[in-house]
Design a protein around this ligand. Structure first.
Ligand code: NDP
Ligand code: 2IT
Length: 447
C-alpha cells in the first residue's frame, strides 16, 4: 500500500468518493506506488497540490448520440470525451467504441494516456473518449451514420491545437475517415483535428502499424539491453486480433520469432506451426470476420472457445486485446511455463497482483504506457506532418518510431535506476513521465 501520507490521503479520498471506478482506481494506485520517492524528494509537488489536480480531469464531456439504423429505427448511445491534462500539449488520445465504455474505463484510459504521451518526448497532453456503441454486426452505412452523429457533437470540443482524438478499440481507419469527413463539413476547413487518417488526406504512413511495431521495438530493445537477447527464435503468444495484435505479430515474425496464438472475445486459435498472418489479414481486415475462421483453412491449428491464450507455453507474451485480460492465475501459468517477458500492447491488460507476481519472478514486465506508446507517437508525427503540409515516407516515420521506442526504454530504465528501482520498467516509466508532467504543471501555476 502507499507509504507517504500525501499520496495515501488522496488515493483514499478518491476510493471513498468513487468506489465504483475500479479501473481508474487501479491505475491511480499503480502510479502513486511508483512515484512515492519523488514525493519525498520534491516537497513542491504537495505544495502545488499536484496529485489531487492530476487525478481530476480538466473536463469531462458527455453527450447523447442519436442515429437511425438500417431499419430506420432510432438508436441512442452515450458519447464521451475526457480531456484529462494539457500541461505538455493539446489533449491527445483515442476514441473507443465498445459496449463496455463508461466513465471509469475512460478515466483510467485518459489517466494512463497523460503519462504515456509524456514518455514519447513529444508535446502531447492526455485525453480519451468514445461511446458504448457496439460496432459488431453493424452495416457499413450504420457505422457511417453513427460516426457522423457522434462527430456532430464532438466537433464542438476538438481541434488541431485543442484536442486531437484518434482510434482505439472499435475505431480504425474507416471510422476515423467518416468522423474526419463530418468534422471537415462542420468546420469548413481541412485541419488535423484527428489522427489515423488515410495517407491521401492528411494521415501518416505507418500509423496503422505503429502500436504493434512499436511494442516489438520496445521489447527487442529491453531484451537486448537487459539480457543481450532478442526476438529471434522465441515462441510468442499474442492475444486479440485487432489493429495492435496483427501488427505486433507482423513485426515479431519479421524479427525472427514464432507467434503461435491470436484471440478475440470468443476464444483463441493456437497454430503450432506459427500464425499465417496473410490469412489473418484476410479474415480480420478484409472480411471483418472472427478469429475462429482461421481453423477452416489451417487444419493443424486448433480453436478453443471461452479461454485465454496464456495457457500456451511461450517465451514472450504480448497481451494486445483489452484491460483485465491477464490476471493472477494467468501470471502463475505463464511463470510455470517459463515466460521471460510480458509486453503490454493493450492498455491495462494485467491486474496489479499479476504484475507484482511477474516482477517478483524476474519476468521483464513492459507496461503498456511505455510499450504501446508507438501508436500515439506516430499520431504526434502525423500532427507534425500535417502542420508542415509535407508527408514523410514510411521509412522516415518508421525510423523515428524506432528511435522514440528506444528513448522510452532508456528514459524508463534511467529513472528506475536513479530511484533505486533496479531495472523495473513500470516504476521507471511512471517516474519519468510523472516528473515531466509535474514540472510543466508547476511552471504553469495553479489552475
Ligand atoms: P481493435 O478493435 O482493433 O481490436 C480489439 C481486439 O481485442 C479484438 O480482437 C477484440 O475482439 C478484442 N477484445 C476487445 N474487447 C475484448 C474483451 N472485452 N475481451 C476479450 N477480447 C476483447 O482494437 P486495438 O487493437 O486498436 O486495441 C487493442 C488494445 O490496444 C486496447 O487496449 C487499446 O486501448 C490498446 N491500444 C491501441 C492503440 C491503437 O493505436 N489502436 C494504441 C495503444 C494502445 P472482439 O472482436 O471479440 O471484441
Ligand atoms: O491508447 C492509445 O495510445 C491510443 N489509442 C492511441 C492514441 C492516439 O492518439 O493515437
Amino acid at each position: 500500500m502507499l507509504k507517504t501520507k500525501y499520496a495515501r490521503k488522496h488515493y483514499e479520498d478518491l476510493a471513498n468518493r468513487l468506489p465504483w471506478q475500479k479501473e481508474f482506481l487501479q491505475s491511480v494506485l499503480e502510479v502513486f506506488q511508483s512515484i512515492e520517492p519523488v514525493l519525498e524528494e520534491q516537497p513542491e509537488i504537495e505544495q502545488n497540490g499536484i496529485l489531487q489536480r492530476m487525478i481530476e480531469p480538466d473536463r469531462q464531456i458527455q453527450f447523447r448520440v442519436a442515429w437511425l439504423d438500417d431499419a430506420e429505427k432510432v438508436q441512442i448511445n452515450t458519447g464521451y470525451r475526457l480531456e484529462f491534462n494539457s500541461a505538455i500539449g493539446p489533449y491527445k488520445g483515442g476514441l473507443r467504441f465498445h459496449p463496455s465504455v463508461n466513465q471509469s474505463i475512460l478515466k483510467f484510459l485518459g489517466f494512463e494516456q497523460v503519462f504515456k504521451n509524456a514518455l514519447t518526448g513529444l508535446w502531447l497532453g492526455g485525453g480519451k473518449g468514445g461511446s458504448n456503441f457496439d460496432p459488431h454486426g453493424r452495416s457499413n452505412s450504420e457505422i457511417m451514420r453513427f460516426c457522423q452523429a457522434f462527430m456532430t457533437e464532438l466537433y464542438h470540443h476538438i481541434g488541431q491545437n485543442k484536442d486531437v482524438p484518434a482510434g482505439d478499440i472499435g475505431v480504425g481507419a474507416r471510422e476515423i475517415g467518416y468522423m474526419f469527413g463530418q468534422y471537415k463539413r462542420l468546420a469548413n476547413e481541412f485541419t488535423g483535428a484527428l489522427t489515423g487518417k488515410g495517407v491521401d488526406f492528411g494521415g501518416s504512413y505507418g500509423r496503422t502499424e505503429a502500436t504493434g511495431y512499436g511494442l516489438c521495438y520496445f521489447v527487442e530493445e529491453v531484451l537486448n539491453k537487459l539480457h543481450g537477447d532478442s526476438f529471434a527464435g522465441k515462441t510468442v503468444t499474442v492475444s486479440g486480433s485487432g489493429n495492435v495484435a496483427i501488427f505486433a505479430v507482423e513485426k515479431a515474425q519479421a524479427l525472427g520469432a514464432k507467434v503461435v496464438t491470436l484471440s478475440d472475445s470468443s476464444g483463441f486459435v493456437y497454430d503450432p506451426n506459427g500464425i499465417d498472418l496473410a490469412e489473418v489479414k484476410q479474415i480480420k481486415l478484409i472480411r471483418r470476420g472472427r478469429i475462429s475462421e482461421y481453423v477452416d483453412t489451417h487444419p493443424k491449428a486448433t480453436y478453443k472457445a471461452d479461454a485465454r491464450v496464456w495457457e500456451i507455453p511461450c517465451d514472450i507474451a504480448l497481451p494486445c486485446a483489452t484491460q483485465g485480460e491477464l490476471e493472477i492465475e494467468d501470471a502463475k501459468t505463464l511463470i510455470s511455463n517459463g515466460v521471460k517477458v510480458v509486453g503490454e500492447g493493450a492498455n491495462g491488460p494485467s491486474s496489479l497482483e499479476a504484475i507484482d507476481l511477474l516482477r517478483d519472478n524476474d519476468v521483464i514486465f513492459c507496461p503498456g504506457k511505455a510499450a504501446n506508446a508507438g501508436g500515439v507517437a506516430v499520431s504526434g508525427l502525423e500532427m507534425t506532418q500535417q502542420s508542415q503540409r509535407l508527408p514523410w515516407t514510411f521509412n522516415e516515420v518508421d525510423e523515428r518510431l524506432q528511435r522514440i521506442m528506444r528513448e522510452i526504454a532508456e528514459r524508463s530504465l534511467t529513472a528506475a535506476q536513479t530511484y533505486n528501482r533496479g531495472n523495473d520498467l513500470l516504476d521507471g516509466a511512471n517516474i519519468a513521465s510523472f516528473k515531466r508532467v509535474t514540472g510543466a504543471m508547476i511552471a504553469q501555476g495553479v489552475y
